[in-house]
Structures are given as C-alpha cells and as structure tokens.
Ligand binder design. Structure first.
Ligand SMILES: NC(=O)c1ccc[n+]([C@@H]2O[C@H](COP(=O)([O-])OP(=O)(O)OC[C@H]3O[C@@H](n4cnc5c(N)ncnc54)[C@H](OP(=O)(O)O)[C@@H]3O)[C@@H](O)[C@H]2O)c1
Length: 238
C-alpha cells in the first residue's frame, strides 16, 4: 500500500521516536502533521523535517484539546501516537498520584486521541499506538509502566475489532536513545545505555530510526491488525 500523498498525523512527532517516524513517513512521500504541547518544539521539528509538514499544538490528555486539534487537521489517513510520559519507581515508594499522572498521559492520552480522531479517519486508514517492552518484561521499579503498556496492548486488540475495517496496531519499543533521557546527566546516561547494550543480544540500544520503520510498516501493510510489533533488540529474552 503506497503512502504517497496520504495524510499521516504523528502525535508526539516533535521528539525522539515520533520525530523519526515523521521523517520516515516523509521519505514515503506522505503529507505529515506533527503535534505536541510545545510551540517551540513544534517549530524546531518543522524546520528539521523540511518537507510537506503541518504542525499544531495538542495536549492529548484533554478531550477538548484533542477535538480542537482534529477539527484543525480535518480528514486524514493514518494516525500514529508516540506521545506519553511514564513513571518509574518501586511500587511501595512511587506516590499513587504519580502513577495516576502516568496513566493520564500514556494510557488515557492515547485513548482520548483515538476517540477524537475517529470521525476524521478516511476509510482504508490505520491507527498505531505505542507501548513498550516493560509491558512484557518489567525490570524492578517498572510496575506502573508494565500496567500501562499492557493496558494499551489490550486496548489495541479491542479497537482492532471495534473499529474494523480501520486497522489498529501497537509498536512496543525496547530502550531507545531519545530526549526522554535528557534529564539524566550525560555520564549516568552513557553508563545506563552501555550496561543495557551489554545485556542485549543485538549489543546496543535502539536509535529512533530503528523504531520508526515499524510505524511505516504497520501503516502500509493492509493485512496487519490487532498486532504488537515488539522491537526491543531481544530485551524480552534476557
Ligand atoms: N525511549 C525509550 O527508551 C522508550 C522505550 C519504550 C517505550 N517508549 C515509549 O515511546 C514513546 C515515545 O518516547 P520517546 O523516547 O520518543 O520520548 P520523547 O523523545 O520524550 O518524546 C515524547 C513526545 O511526546 C510529546 N508529548 C508528551 N506529553 C504530551 C502531551 N500531554 N500531549 C501531547 N504531546 C505530548 C512530547 O512533546 P511536548 O513536550 O512538546 O508535548 C514529545 O514530542 C513513549 O510512549 C515512551 O513511553 C520509549
């Protein structure tokens, strides 16, 4: 299925995996609409992408803002959501409010965005959400993310049936070197990535580009729905 001239919305398309996905869709000659909260990130990403790109603000946790966003976008063909903020910490120590805030972002943000998008999705289109390998194999301190990611994968199986013939899938990345880790001192980040790389069968952490290809595959492959694409360098095996 060609993506040429198809309109692709990437919520979270201003950073990391979403920005790389926006670039990958442009490389397929699609028209790309990127979205996130920050006006400055939107304008930086638009200049970096340098193609057929529109950019609009959205806070995907808000039903009202999601509805306003899709009214601006109008009809489109493929929805990709990579936006989302998680919460890490041991179950006993992580405040319940922090776990709820992570659900509000990564789970409810994706749910709300899909809900608001439906009237605008053209027939023959697709929806691809984002979970993460911690849904399958959580390390210590990841019980909230394990629950969120598993919830998203369950939601996707339900949506693939409820929204048919629109195809609905989910990408589950392993550890990816993105600005998600920008708050961590460089040395600590380097040690984290090196330690993880040593454990992984592929011997390295992912780039955003590694993961971006999966969103393009799922938008193009007309026989894939209700699927989880786990792209984790073998993290679920070790
Ligand atoms: N990186 C990893 O190792 C990894 C591993 C497994 C799963 N994942 C998942 O992959 C997804 C993307 O991660 P990433 O590493 O690419 O993160 P990132 O570089 O931090 O990018 C996150 C994007 O989401 C947007 N965003 C965050 N909250 C938003 C909101 N409320 N409304 C609208 N946009 C929002 C951000 O822009 P604004 O700040 O402008 O809103 C940004 O564009 C996340 O769901 C993450 O949990 C990542």
């Amino acid at each position: 299925m060609s993506l040429s001239a198809k309109r692709v919305v990437v919520v979270g398309g201003t950073s990391g995996i979403g920005l790389a996905a926006a670039k990958a869709f442009l490389d397929e000659s699609a028209q790309v609409i990127i979205a996130s909260r920050s006006a400055s990130k939107l304008s930086e990403a638009k200049s970096a992408l340098d193609g057929d790109v529109e950019a609009y603000e959205i806070d995907f946790r808000s039903e009202e803002k999601a509805a306003q966003f899709f009214n601006k976008v109008g009809k489109f063909d493929h929805l990709v959501i990579t936006a989302g903020e998680g919460a890490m910490g041991s179950f006993s120590d992580l405040p319940v409010k922090d776990a709820k805030a992570a659900f509000d972002s990564k789970f409810w943000g994706q749910y709300i965005t899909v809900h608001a998008a439906i009237p605008f999705l053209n027939t023959g289109g697709s929806i691809t959400l984002t979970s993460g390998v911690y849904g399958k194999r959580p390390p210590v301190g990841a019980s909230t993310l394990a629950a969120i990611n598993s919830g998203i994968e369950g939601l996707v199986r339900g949506l693939a049936v409820d929204l048919a013939p629109t195809r609905v899938n989910v990408v589950s990345p392993g550890i990816v070197d993105t600005p998600l880790y920008a708050g961590m001192p460089a040395e600590q980040r380097g040690e984290l990535f090196t330690g993880i790389a040593q454990q992984l069968p592929v011997g390295r952490v992912a780039t955003s580009e590694d993961i971006a290809e999966s969103y393009v595959y799922l938008a193009k492959n007309g026989f894939t729905t209700g699927s989880v694409v786990l792209i984790d360098g073998g993290a679920h095996l070790v």
